[in-house]
Design a protein around this ligand. Structure first.
Ligand code: 3PG
Length: 212
């Protein structure tokens, strides 16, 4: 394992769920992050999917120092550069490319790369990555796929993400090759729109209590 991987794997030590966050309005970024941190969730994946995403990452990193902010939805070399410049401490990608991995290495950004097949696991392993995001986890086979991948890849750990709910998360978290899972259920858009930060803190606390 490389030092890079030890860094991403250490994210799992902070709790069983990494929230996948889509920020539509910059003003929501800091109270949203603070609500999650108040609920005990401090590893935050902020997706690069909205025009305010980069400004949101910067604002959170500045105003909520306990938060460990990463950039999600990294797809290109340019994404890696802007995420690094925004102060992100890790990156998450939906898939794996050598160009993305090279850019992350060059920029010193620990990467949690996405895979959904055995061949992609092998490609990521060849690139030096053994802690991988399974995406979209439920759609590509969920718990059964993770059990099956555990046979040929006993040295690979996963962060399944995509379609996971508070009800199904425990089934994933009990697998020996699952270290943490990702999901958007901690930050429902209606709660964000209503400024219902207490609900988000409650969801974070409940997610943190899920058993690994
Ligand atoms: C995403 O890319 O949006 C994540 O996989 C989150 O998926 P979810 O909304 O199904 O949790």
């Amino acid at each position: 394992m490389t030092a890079n991987e030890l860094t991403t794997l250490s994210l799992a030590e902070h709790g069983p769920v990494i929230p996948v966050i889509v920020i539509q309005r910059l003003a929501d970024a800091v109270p949203l992050a603070q609500a999650l941190v108040d609920g005990g969730v401090k590893v935050l994946e902020v997706t690069l999917r909205t025009p305010v995403a980069l400004a949101a990452m910067e604002a959170i990193a500045r105003a909520v120092p306990e938060a460990i902010v990463g950039a999600g939805t990294l797809r290109s070399v340019a994404d890696v550069q802007v995420a690094r410049n925004a102060g992100c401490r890790f990156g998450v990608s939906p898939g794996f490319t050598d160009a993305l991995a090279d850019a992350c290495r060059t920029q010193g950004l620990p990467l949690l790369p996405g895979v959904s097949t055995a061949s992609e696991v092998m490609q990521a392993n060849a690139g030096g990555y053994h802690f991988l995001k399974l995406f979209p986890a439920t759609a590509v086979g969920g718990v059964n796929l993770l059990k099956a991948l555990g046979g040929p890849f006993p040295d690979v750990a996963f962060c399944p993400t995509g379609g996971i709910t508070p009800e199904t998360a425990p089934q994933f978290l009990q697998l020996p090759n699952v270290k943490v899972c990702g999901g958007s259920w901690l930050t429902p858009q209606d709660a964000v729109d209503a400024g219902d930060w207490a609900r988000i803190t409650r969801l974070a606390r409940e997610a943190g209590a899920l058993r690994r």
